[in-house]
Structure formats: C-alpha cells, structure tokens
Design a protein around this ligand. Structure first.
Ligand SMILES: Nc1ncnc2c1ncn2[C@@H]1O[C@H](COP(=O)(O)OP(=O)(O)O)[C@@H](O)[C@H]1O
Ligand SMILES: [Mg+2]
Length: 345
C-alpha cells in the first residue's frame, strides 16, 4: 500500500570510515521493511555533488569528515538540499550537539555505537515521512499566504472603486457643504484602501509599516485639499513601527480625520503654517503615542472636542475608545491632539 514498499529508498551515505560504511551497508541490506539503494561518498564535497545531482531520498551524514567538521558539516549539506531529510550519524555521543542538530533541521541524530539495523531502518523511514509532512504544511502555508494577499488586493480594489464612484457622483453636486461631505467620505475610504494596499505589498504578511503608510496618507490628503507647495508644510516624525490590521485601520482613520481638520480649519484664507504628525513607540515596546498638531488659528474655545455633534471628531473619539486608548487636546500652540494606545489583538 505504501509506495516505499515497492520502490527502493535511495540513501546517500557520507562517511569517511570504510568500516562504518560497510556496517551500515550490511544493516540496510538485511532490512525487512523496505529496500534500500545505498550510494556512498567519503568526502562532504563529493556528497554535496551527489546531492546537487538529485536522486536522493535521504541523507545519512557523518559530522567528522576529512573536509568538514561538526555542525558545519550539517549546515552545508542542509543548505545544499533543504528539501532532503538528513539523519546525522556520528561517533560523538553528545546530547547538546544532538539537540542543536535537530533544532537546525536534522531529522534525527544517531550515535554509531548504539546503532542497530532496526533503529537505522526506522529512523530513515520516519525521517522521510516527517520531512514530507513538513513540506506539505509549508506548501499549504505558502498557498494561504498567496490567497490572503490576493484577498487584500481585491479589498483594496473594491474600496478604490467605491472611492471613484463617490468622486464621479460628487461632480453633480452644486452645494459646497454637500460636496465637502463627499470629499470627506472619499478620504475615509481611501485611508482604509491604503491599509489593504500596504497589507498585500509588505513582506511580513498581516503587518503594516505604519511609517510608510502615514507618509503616503498625509501626502494624499495634502493633494486632496489642493495645498500649494509654498502653503502648508508637513512634518512627519514616525518611529519604524509594524502594526496589525486591527490597530492600523482605526489609527489610519484617526490620522485621516485630524490631518483633514488641520487642512480644513487651521489655516483659513490661504494662511501658511505647519502640520505635524508623530508616532512614537514608548520604551515598553507595546504602547504608542500619536500626535497630530498644527500651528494654526487654534481650536474654538467654546467647543468641547469630545462633544462637537459633528461626525469627524465623533469618529475620532469612538475609534480611540475602540483602541482602549486616551486622547488629549493641547490648545497652547494652535491645535494638538495627543493619543496614546496599545496594539490590539
Ligand atoms: N485643527 C483645527 N483647527 C481649528 N479648528 C478645528 C481643528 N480641528 C477641528 N476644529 C473645529 O472642530 C470642528 C469639528 O470638527 P469635525 O468633527 O472634524 O467636523 P468638520 O471637520 O466636518 O467640521 C470643526 O468644524 C472646527 O471648527
Ligand atoms: Mg473634520
């Protein structure tokens, strides 16, 4: 029933001691559970050549060879053929070394003095099966990663389509206030689309390089509000931070609202100034401070920012709560919002 039972298992033995090699050949020729087709190399270099040529199901590897010693021998063989199961076969009875070898990817570690035919046979067959299972899991993981990237790509495309539809529709609006509402909605959706854009492009799946995201988001917003090059300046100071999607989406939306507000309200009548976005990681790695501020005309004195009755800041307050974070407003120099939060899981 098992294909191994009909087809001989191709074993490559790399061993410089002819006595040990003969012993192993005898053990394998007497094996009952499978047929073994043994090839032999007495140097690591010839062993590597045979590995490169293919046609090997399993590698039996001595660590002490004329041209290589210790775990380095294993590392070189593994690098040559990471998909081939390797059973280390050595005279060195050393537990620490054995654990290290297995940790680095060896399937087994056998000590020559304790070797017998049954043990060798079983070790080889298990090594092949285990390696096969691991390769299958790896392949299925790669497949899921590809699917997930594809999914983020599609979500991004769909959000972009919604954005375009809103944009086209807004072309028919005569009322300035309604037009601005449409623009706000477009920017909110764009800030989410950008998250999915970053998600499928980033090497570390599921994470977002938030520094890059903030730069792009803020630049997009300046564009959207038609800021002139000599008008409002943008200063960004962001630590290299990777955030998961559940944190990045609310943070993206918060930044979108606050930067939009600075662009919309802080510098009326073409006044000049600076908008600042900072994201700093605290010493305890897991907590962050986000600052969005401007040196414009200042937040209205009679307005409670937690209770404006307008959608933008209401959204910000709700998102900060969702992140279990805190928000403060400093009105001493223009308008500065300071938000602290931790990564949510
Ligand atoms: N950076 C800022 N500078 C001055 N005023 C601001 C600033 N941010 C917000 N405001 C004031 O807070 C109000 C509420 O903001 P928001 O809830 O985002 O609604 P909207 O932006 O649609 O007016 C704004 O209308 C504006 O008067
Ligand atoms: Mg607003």
């Amino acid at each position: 029933m098992n294909e191994m039972e009909d087809k001989p298992i191709k074993v490559l033995l790399v061993e410089d001691n002819p006595g040990d090699a003969r012993l192993i050949r005898e053990m394998l020729s007497e094996a009952r559970s499978a047929q073994f087709d043994l090839k032999y190399a007495d140097l690591l270099s010839t062993g590597l050549e045979r590995l490169a040529a293919g046609e090997v199901d399993v590698l039996l590897l001595d660590l002490l060879l004329p041209d290589s010693h210790g775990l380095n021998t294993f590392a070189r063989a593994y690098a040559q053929a990471p998909e081939i199961p390797i059973v280390v076969l050595t005279g060195i009875d050393d537990d620490t070394l054995a654990v290290k070898a297995v940790h680095e990817g060896a399937q087994d570690y056998l000590v020559k003095e304790q070797l017998d035919g049954n043990l060798l046979e079983r070790s080889i067959r298990y090594a092949i099966e285990r390696k096969r299972a691991v390769e299958q899991i790896k392949a299925s993981l790669r497949e899921k990663e590809i699917l997930l990237r594809e999914l983020h790509h599609r979500v991004k495309n769909n959000l972009q389509i919604i954005c375009t539809l809103l944009y086209l529709q807004s072309g028919y609006i005569k009322d300035k206030e309604a037009f601005e509402m449409f623009r706000d909605s477009q920017n909110r959706i764009k800030s989410m689309a950008l998250i999915h854009d970053k998600l499928y492009k980033f090497k570390d799946l599921g994470k977002i390089d938030i520094a890059e995201y903030i730069r792009e988001l803020a630049t997009d917003l300046f564009h959207s509000y038609g800021v002139k090059p000599d008008g409002i300046k943008l200063r960004i100071n962001v630590h290299e931070v990777l955030l998961g999607v559940d944190t990045a989406i609310p943070i993206g939306l918060i930044i979108n609202e606050l930067v939009s507000n600075s662009l919309k309200h802080a510098f009326p009548d073409g006044k000049k100034g600076t908008i600042r976005v900072e994201l700093l990681r605290s010493v305890n790695e897991n907590s962050f401070t986000l600052i969005v501020g401007d040196n414009g005309l200042g937040f209205p004195k009679d307005l409670d920012f937690r209770n404006t009755g307008t959608l933008g800041l209401q959204l910000v307050i709700t998102l900060v709560e969702q992140l279990k974070g805190t928000i403060e407003l400093d009105r001493s120099r223009g308008t500065e919002f300071k938000i602290t939060f931790s990564e949510v899981y």
